[in-house]
Design a protein around this ligand. Structure first.
Ligand code: N01
Length: 499
């Protein structure tokens, strides 16, 4: 489905006016679009830089890409899918699910694909957001950024990497046309993406060398195909699937106790991970290389049954000497060893604490979000920022979760933004802006709850923490507490103006 903006990108000169512009069409942008339609709001546009919906699930097509949260939980609560083929779905099924939801809830006609948002400024006179995109300009009363935290790949700054003569692929920008059969592949990184891609490519590659900076803790993956009986039952008795979802939610929330309250409660999980490693890796030296020296949960807990078998296969090797440089046909480690290499796979993560979209959104006083966040990302409820009227962030600062489904957090935030839109309607408000005091109080709450979490005390460095060592990415508590905080609009924390 196309829109005027999309179909006439060159000819269009006038600015399209909408009530709400949403940036991004992943889980968050779609959830927001669906919710607005439910509220009777049709005057909105979703600006999506890619060619399709799906966000990270459209972009991450590397072999083995899958979700490490069960699909019965990692899906919209209002759109259960009785037909998930596996308990933990793979990327193509999740993308198909999102495409199906977008079609079913009829939000595609609100989309402009190929619309990369290059800038957005608050126009104080018009009291609107002026949004520039690669397909034209939009003027919106309200701007919702659902651009995602795992949207922009982070490329490592390794000497010589730009002169590498072979193929270089980031895990989030996979080139499916490139055949790895028989190649000498170097994988940089051992995070959630690497532990999925390595087992998928190791059987076909000539060799795989994994350059590890920090070993991850890995626990078994309880994945299995769903049975026809299960699927039939879910179709006939939707309440059953809902109950399963509830059980999954509750069991995962137990992890929040250890992660955010007292890391001692993580001891059994760490024991499980250690046993998993010991069972799958016999060689004591390799085992030592693969054993983390920090508390489990400090970095994301990874789940895999085939990571250890893959990295200990005869054609694989884990190297933790550190990369000194990349040469046109090889990788050289700090111990002086040079390994001939055909393809470099960069499983090196994303820009999370330095969100690129933050450089593009300019508030009331002419400063961008990045400018006002130089000493760390701060918001009210992960959703609004003082000095940025009528701007809402989805999957913004301190909304991330490592132990459960991001979709739960997204739905909490979407409800919050919906309440804000409703309040604007009810009170006839033209602008709504959170106060600095509310933002400071929320920041203090995040700092207080982050103290004692395994992310700060677990003995590791991670992208969860910003350059000042503060947690600006994850929600440091039970997720139901975030839902409670965002269930209604904290109206006292906002200043509204009428026409
Ligand atoms: O990225 P990461 P990811 N030289 O940042 C290493 C989600 N996700 O794409 O740990 C050498 O976690 C870095 O080393 P270190 C999920 O939220 C979900 O894997 O910093 N190495 C690390 O090992 C996840 O948390 C699923 O020492 C360098 C790796 O690269 C998030 O995406 C699946 C380096 C980066 O790990 C990101 O995961 C996949 C350098 N210069 C991803 N720079 C699901 O299943 C970085 N590294 C839902």
């Amino acid at each position: 489905m196309t829109s005027t903006l999309e179909s006439q990108p060159q000819q269009r000169e006038e600015t399209r006016e909408v009530r709400v512009a949403v940036i991004g069409s992943g889980f968050a942008g779609l959830g927001m679009a669906i919710r607005m339609r439910e509220m009777g709001i049709e005057d909105f546009v979703v600006l999506e830089r890619g060619p399709d919906v799906g966000g990270t699930w459209r972009d991450n097509t590397y072999p083995g890409a899958a979700c490490d949260v069960q699909s019965n939980l990692y899906s919209f609560s209002f759109a259960p899918n009785p037909d998930w083929p596996r308990t933990y779905s793979e990327q193509p099924e999740i993308l198909a699910y999102l495409q199906g939801v977008a079609a079913r809830y009829d939000v595609l006609r609100h989309h402009v694909f190929g619309a990369d948002v290059t800038g957005a400024q608050w126009d104080a006179e018009a009291r609107r957001w002026r949004v520039q995109t690669s397909t034209g300009e939009v003027s919106a009363r309200v701007l919702v950024s659902a651009a995602g935290a795992l949207a922009d790949p982070s490329y490592p700054d390794i000497p010589g990497i730009e002169d590498f003569a072979g193929t270089v692929m980031h895990s989030a920008r996979w080139d499916a046309a490139h055949d790895l059969t028989g190649e000498r592949v170097a994988v940089i990184g051992t995070g959630a993406s690497a532990i999925q891609v390595v087992p998928a490519i190791q059987p076909v590659a000539g060799s795989v060398t994994v350059y590890q900076r920090t070993p991850p803790w890995v626990i078994p993956r309880g994945d299995r195909p769903t049975t026809p009986l299960e699927r039939r039952l879910y179709r006939r008795v939707p309440g059953l699937q809902k109950a399963v979802r509830g059980v999954l939610y509750a069991s995962r929330e137990f992890l929040a106790v250890g992660i955010t309250k007292n890391p001692r409660f993580l001891a059994p999980v760490q024991k499980l991970a250690r046993t998993h490693l010991e069972r799958q890796v016999r060689d004591p030296q390799v085992r030592a290389t693969l054993t983390p020296d920090y508390t489990i949960g400090c970095k994301r807990i990874l789940i895999s049954n085939d990571w250890y078998p893959a990295v200990t296969a005869p054609n694989a090797e884990v190297v933790n000497a550190g990369i000194a440089e990349v040469r046109p046909h090889s990788v050289v480690t700090r111990d002086g060893v040079e390994r001939p290499t055909d393809t470099l796979v960069l499983a090196t993560g994303f820009h999370v604490t330095d969100l690129p979209i933050a450089h593009r959104i300019t508030g009331k006083d002419g400063r961008t979000l990045a400018d006002v966040w130089t000493d760390g990302m701060a918001t009210n409820r992960g959703s609004t920022v003082a000095g940025f009227p009528n701007l809402f962030l989805l999957v913004g600062p301190n909304v991330g979760v490592g132990h459960t489904s991001m979709v739960y957090m997204i739905e909490s935030q979407v409800a919050y933004v919906a309440n804000a839109l409703q309040a604007m309607d009810d009170e006839g408000l033209v602008t709504l802006e959170t106060t600095q005091a509310a933002q400071d109080a929320y920041r203090a709450l995040i700092a207080e709850r982050s103290a004692g979490t395994v992310w700060l005390d677990g003995g590791c460095g991670s992208w969860y923490l910003d350059e000042h060592g503060h947690n600006t990415t994850l929600w440091p508590d039970f997720t139901f507490r975030f839902r409670r905080l965002t269930r209604t609009l904290d109206r006292d924390n906002y200043v509204g103006t009428t026409a």
